[in-house]
Design a protein around this ligand. Structure first.
Ligand code: ADP
Ligand code: MG
Length: 323
């Protein structure tokens, strides 16, 4: 016999777990969290809408992972330690197989980062996933967008562009052989938020941001907030093997304008170079210096031959400006 799942069955079966750090978790009108002295809350929300942020039919386990990953990435970008999160969920149908896989992917990543699901909302509607995360950061140590200084080096973690390369294949913009697609697809479907790197960069980096909408677009946010400019060295951009094999124009478009990578872009004084490399080694993530911060506003791209290129060549993602 198939019993229909109600709203409260869904919550109890797939999302409710005993409270650990929270004073009170799922089950009451509000969760209760104990504040910690000397720390500040870092709070962020990110919503994933079917057809906008992910394609219909996306594997639910990976989707659960990604729903939390994009939010953890915001904590990483601030140097905040994950504490707890809430989940607002709209579903057309409470399909047990889907829910099992979705909550499995979500809670597995939560356990990896020791972050606790303390509440949420569950409703019927077009598939829409919204997480709000809370993290903790010692007073004054958050990595803010407005903290870049002229003379800083500009750094990037990992090899951005892979998620966009995979997406281009899924959208039919280009075709990747199956073996290559398998190597870049996990970056689109299961990004790894750079939480450990964000924590290790506290007190070392000046400004930081996570790359969700494209490297140049996100860099512009830092430059505007900090009232500085930057030069990016195109030939210093790191590429994974698959990306390195792509035609130059496609590779650069993926690296500079591709979103969804959730790598960290950050600035640090040149004198802190060794500390940056130590932080990266501690976090187990490669980092590459790709340019520098300059007093003159604006964004300048330069290749190894000294040729410059217009930065507006690589527009970043914008929900209201995209077709
Ligand atoms: P209320 O009616 O007070 O808004 P709800 O009936 O919506 O509460 O939810 C009951 C409890 O279940 C609350 O503690 C809420 O935080 C929690 N909850 C609802 N949906 C989810 C979800 N998707 N994941 C985790 N907790 C949830
Ligand atoms: Mg209530």
């Amino acid at each position: 016999m198939v019993t229909k799942l109600g709203e409260f069955d869904v919550i109890a079966r797939y999302f409710r777990r005993p409270a650990r750090r929270a004073v009170l978790g799922v089950g009451d009108d509000c969760a209760l969290l104990g504040p910690e002295p000397g720390q500040q809350w870092a709070v962020s929300t990110d919503m994933l809408v079917e057809g906008r942020h992910f394609l219909a039919g996306t594997d639910p386990r990976r989707l659960g992972h990604k729903t939390l990953a994009v939010n953890l990435s915001d904590l990483a970008a601030m140097g905040a330690r994950p504490h707890s999160f809430v989940l607002a969920l709209a579903l057309e149908q409470p399909d047990p197989g889907w829910l099992e896989a979705f909550s499995g992917g979500l809670l597995a990543l939560a356990d990896e980062h020791d972050i606790e699901l303390v509440g949420g909302d569950t409703t019927r509607g077009p598939l829409n996933l919204c997480v709000t995360v809370l993290g903790l950061v010692p007073e004054g140590l958050a990595l803010r967008r407005d903290a870049a200084r002229a003379g800083d080096e500009l750094w990037i973690s990992g090899t951005p562009g892979q998620a966009r390369l995979a997406l281009g294949h899924l959208l039919g913009e280009w075709e990747l052989p199956p073996a290559l697609l398998q190597r870049v697809l996990p970056r689109l479907e299961q990004p790894q938020p750079r939480v450990a790197l964000g924590l290790a960069l506290r007190g070392v980096a000046h400004a930081a941001i996570d790359i969700s909408d494209g490297l140049l677009g996100d860099l512009r946010h830092v430059l505007e907030a900090s009232a500085v400019g930057a030069v990016v060295e195109l030939d210093a951009l790191p590429a994974c093997e698959v990306l390195a094999q792509q035609p130059q124009a496609r590779r650069r478009a993926c690296q500079l304008a591709g979103g969804d990578d959730y790598e960290l872009l950050f600035t640090a004084a040149p004198a802190r170079r060794d500390d940056v490399l130590r932080a990266a080694a501690q976090a187990g993530v490669a980092v590459t210096a790709i340019g520098s911060i300059e007093p003159e506003p604006g964004l300048r791209l330069r290749d190894a031959g000294g040729r410059s290129m217009a930065a507006d060549f690589f527009p970043s993602f914008d929900h209201f400006l995209q077709p």
